[in-house]
Design a protein around this ligand. Structure first.
Ligand code: S3P
Length: 430
């Protein structure tokens, strides 16, 4: 499905966004292997999270939908999963395949897990290596790509230093650690999102943190919990960005997860000159939550690298769009992880911004953008990547003339209803 958008004269309103995708995946998986029945409210309705639901059902877990965005999960206990018939399908979801592989490595039956053509191009060596060190036997396609065949059981705890900053790898090893003998420790060089640690605690697992190290004991059991998933900051980022770059823009986004390992995009936006206010700060599901007010301002370029990157890694495409509207140079480096996301996001952003007339250079590990430039409407590709489709929908609002985004339906992967909501706030006809 293609989307056509034109420049917006306004951008304002109050909204909420779907439940956080990372927390939704974890809430489903932890509920599935917990003892007792869990209720999850505010679950993301995106296709990625539906892939996790589908895999868990194939593993014998009963998941029933109730009110909108609410599900009840009948936990089967840590060792109650059933051998699935056929292959598990993780769809487009890296979090599904990487986290679930940690759990599958602990099972005494073999499984095969695969995904769509984009997921089948993504590197899984980063989870295969530690899982094999723990004792699992895993086979993959050339280059460590899916489908994966996992022959698990008999795991031993390890101490693992993450070679790349990745919450998916950290979480995979910790989940396998729940099934291992002895203690499992993961050490990071820079902090990645810590939803696994927070949510495991909510499910009654003792998780020890010491600086950038996190450990747990094998044999720990999970107990059912009630989880209210807060709004996804990565989905909110598109609306915050549009408000920041469009003259007179202002949005209020309710009930957002503002975990410091996720919320750096809003800090950078404020540093660039947008107005950003947090209201009603509170805690929900062990996560810091607030309502956020974002308004336009005179923006200046900035430098983004180092330890802050993991906390805004999924927001880099829309940050690059914001940078095209900011005065001076924005330099984003040490971001080569973006090359192995749903698509090569550095290449995709460079290509699309160039087509819109921005001044942008692709670096081996990042992007340089010089602004401000009046963007021109263009024909763009989403590359099947939800965040590329949504980032360039925001760019389209700031452009002169019409922009066509090919295959924009992939926004549903994390944000069903994104385009109607964007149109509503910008006063554009459907
Ligand atoms: C995620 C971790 C990040 C992020 C992804 C979701 C998670 O990936 O990009 O969208 O839920 O743990 P990496 O672990 O590969 O950095």
């Amino acid at each position: 499905m293609n989307e056509i958008l034109s420049g917006a004269k306004k951008f304002s309103g109050r909204l909420s966004v779907p439940g956080d995708k990372s927390i939704s995946h974890r809430a489903l998986m932890f509920s599935a292997v917990a003892r007792g029945t869990s209720v999850i409210r505010g679950l993301s309705g995106g296709r990625d999270v539906a892939s996790t639901t589908g895999c868990l059902r194939s593993l014998g877990v009963e998941i029933s939908a109730g009110e909108p965005d609410t599900v009840t999960v009948r936990g089967v206990g840590k060792n109650g999963l059933r051998r699935p018939v056929g292959e598990l399908d993780a769809g487009n979801s890296g979090t599904t395949i990487r986290l679930l592989s940690g759990i599958l490595a602990g099972q005494d039956f073999p499984t095969r897990i695969s995904g769509d053509r984009y997921l089948c191009q993504r590197p899984m060596g980063r989870i295969i290596e530690p899982l094999e060190r723990m004792g699992a036997r895993i086979s993959a396609q050339a280059g460590g790509k899916p489908p994966l065949t996992i022959d698990g059981g008999g795991l031993e705890g390890i101490r693992y230093s993450l070679p790349v900053a990745s919450a998916q790898v950290k979480s995979c090893v910790l989940l396998a650690g729940l099934y291992a003998r002895g203690r499992t420790t993961v050490a990071e060089k820079v902090a990645s999102r810590d939803h696994t640690e927070r949510l495991l605690s909510l499910f009654g697992v003792e998780v020890r943190k010491a600086g950038l190290e996190v450990s747990l004991e094998g044999g720990a059991e999970l107990e059912a919990a009630e989880v209210r998933v807060p709004g996804d900051p990565s989905s909110a980022a598109f609306f915050a960005a549009a408000a920041a770059i469009l003259s007179g823009g202002e949005v209020r986004i309710d009930n957002l997860c503002l975990n410091p390992t996720r919320a750096a995009f809003f800090e950078v936006l404020e540093k660039m000159g947008a107005s950003v206010k947090r209201m009603n700060e509170r805690s929900q599901a062990g996560e810091p939550v607030a309502d956020l007010l974002v308004g336009s301002g005179k923006l200046t370029g900035c430098r983004v690298d180092g330890a802050i990157l993991p906390s805004l890694i999924d927001e880099v495409p829309v940050l690059a769009v914001v940078a095209s509207q900011a005065e001076g140079l924005t330099r984003i480096c040490e971001a080569s992880e973006l090359r192995v996301k749903e698509t090569d996001r550095l290449k995709a952003v460079h290509e699309n911004l160039t087509r819109m007339g921005a001044v942008v250079r692709e670096l081996p590990d990042g992007l340089e953008i010089e602004g401000p430039v009046r963007l021109k409407g263009a024909r763009l590709e989403s590359y099947g990547d939800h965040r590329i489709a949504m980032a360039f929908a925001v760019a389209a609002l700031a452009a002169e003339g019409e922009t066509l985004i090919e295959d924009a339906g992939c926004a549903d992967i994390s944000f069903p209803g994104f385009f109607p909501l964007l149109r509503e706030l910008s006063g554009l006809a459907r």
